[in-house]
Design a protein around this ligand. Structure first.
Ligand SMILES: Cc1cc2nc3c(=O)[nH]c(=O)nc-3n(C[C@H](O)[C@H](O)[C@H](O)COP(=O)(O)OP(=O)(O)OC[C@H]3O[C@@H](n4cnc5c(N)ncnc54)[C@H](O)[C@@H]3O)c2cc1C
Length: 429
């Protein structure tokens, strides 16, 4: 990222905070004492937003406790730009101080390990227990195991933080032009977190190789899916034209095993030696969701089935347990912007329930993002999901359904920082 853009980003982050503070805070009749306790597990894009909006919209109606295993949340959004040195991790790391100070949310750093759903109590690894009337689970994703895969040697960098740093170091150390000079990345089977993310990463790495005299190396994309999953126009053009001869895209590659010491991956189609091996395994719902029996392990969709009117589990109805973000199992795409939208629908439904009311019968959730393709050009994608009463599911609005940028350009690149600064502020500030 050039200096002007970075300054622009930081300025926008500040401006967006002011924008959010201007949102009317009291949309409901206020209650002097809480009508219910809401415990939220996971302080990422889903969990931090639902905690904030419960208080922003509900005031004292709900006593809100937010639980996260870590003191800070490192955003996956923009983390691909850390790999090529455009951004630092500190620029996409958020703490929970503002949520505590501005909205009166109680933050507990700890790992949630179990749920006593009969008595409505959340258990933490510390031995502490948190009683609730409503429990919102937003733990993001876990990965399905792959034979031989050791993340301390073969980073996924699909949960941002130390894994991002490790992958960046490996990329910097890559020696171009050798037999094992390729960057090999896998794309997991759909559905997966951020459908554009692996393709965006492939492009940014290819661009980095081009700009850093490592043009003897290729980026090999081993896609478990039959074709590019998202922003098909943009990434087809990027792979075939912008990075022709650098990106080698291979569809329908099923990962069988990994030799983590030798950096060799075996798929249904053969063996691929790598200089840097970036395996992003198939996903599953977070452990706290799976272990509570909120997922149908035999279903093709690994997310927890929920009622999209309030995100309550349909496997444990009337339990007060809601699942949002990547771990929920609607057909909506798995993104931070979508998680933020689901969180608002969920917060509104919980506040209505505390007042004895029914949820909004026709919620909508938007999914939009601006993403880099090179170090100075970007693209965008936008989808509107609406509730369909006939099927009781979220479906794409027709029109507009999904729309993507006709062309990657500099203007879209600059908007990445405007869009993300607004989302970051709306979630964490
Ligand atoms: C490289 C990359 C780029 C991306 N780019 C975009 C983009 O441009 N636009 C977009 O919309 N989305 C993007 N995404 C997707 C987005 O990051 C995720 O969809 C989003 O973070 C999901 O939000 P979530 O709340 O479900 O989970 P997360 O944001 O991952 O938050 C989960 C939180 O739960 C905590 N946690 C988990 N289990 C426990 C437990 N048992 N106890 C306590 N805490 C727990 C974790 O510490 C974590 O803080 C990208 C993802 C990647 C990997």
């Amino acid at each position: 990222m050039n200096v002007i853009s970075r300054r622009h980003f930081l300025k926008l982050a500040g401006a967006s905070t002011a924008l959010v503070a201007a949102v009317p805070t009291m949309l409901r009749a206020q209650s002097a004492t809480p009508k219910g306790r809401v415990v939220v597990v996971g302080g990422g894009f889903g969990g931090a937003t639902v905690a904030k909006y419960l208080r922003l919209w509900g005031g004292n109606s709900a006593a809100v406790t937010l639980v996260d295993a870590n003191p800070n949340h490192v955003s996956c959004i923009l983390s691909n730009m850390v790999l090529d040195g455009s951004l630092n991790l500190s620029q996409i790391t958020f703490n929970y101080a503002k949520l505590q100070q501005k909205y009166g949310i109680t933050f507990v750093q700890g790992k949630a390990t179990g749920i006593d759903s009969a008595n409505r109590v959340l258990k933490l690894s510390s031995g502490k227990t948190l009683p609730y009337e409503h429990l919102v689970l937003a733990p993001g994703i876990d990965f399905k195991p792959i034979d031989g895969l050791d993340f301390s040697k073969i980073p996924h960098a699909w949960q941002a933080g130390p894994q991002t740093t490790l992958l960046k170091q490996q990329l910097q150390q890559l020696v171009a032009g050798t037999v094992t000079g390729d960057f090999v990345i896998t794309v997991p089977p759909s559905p997966f977190r951020c459908p554009i993310g692996p393709y965006e990463r492939a492009c940014l790495v290819a661009d980095y190789l081009k700009r850093n005299g490592k043009s003897g190396s290729k980026v090999v994309v081993l896609d478990a899916n039959a074709s590019i999953v998202a922003e098909v126009v943009t990434f087809t053009k990027a792979f075939n034209q912008t990075f022709a001869g650098i990106i080698d895209y291979r569809p329908s590659e099923q990962v069988l095993s990994v030799d983590s010491n030798r950096r060799i991956i075996t798929t249904n189609k053969g063996e691929f030696p790598a200089g840097v091996l970036n395996v992003i395994p198939a996903h599953q719902a977070g452990a706290i969701v799976r272990n509570a029996g909120l997922v149908d392990l035999t279903a093709a969709n690994w997310g927890a089935p929920v009622n999209p009117l309030n995100y309550e589990s349909t496997l444990l109805p009337n339990s007060g347990i809601h699942i949002i973000g990547d771990s929920q199992g609607t057909a909506m795409s798995k993104g931070g912007h979508v998680a933020n939208g689901e969180a608002k629908v969920c917060a509104d439904a919980i506040l209505r329930a505390l007042d004895g009311g029914a949820p909004d019968p026709v919620p909508t959730v938007g999914a939009a993002c601006f993403n880099p393709v090179t170090a100075n050009t970007g693209s965008w994608l936008s989808t509107l999901f609406v509730y369909d009463p006939a099927t009781k599911t979220m479906v794409k609005a027709v029109p507009p359904g999904t729309v993507e940028a006709p062309v990657a350009n500099k203007d879209n690149f600059e908007k990445i920082f405007e869009w993300s600064a607004n989302l970051f502020a709306d979630t964490f500030a």
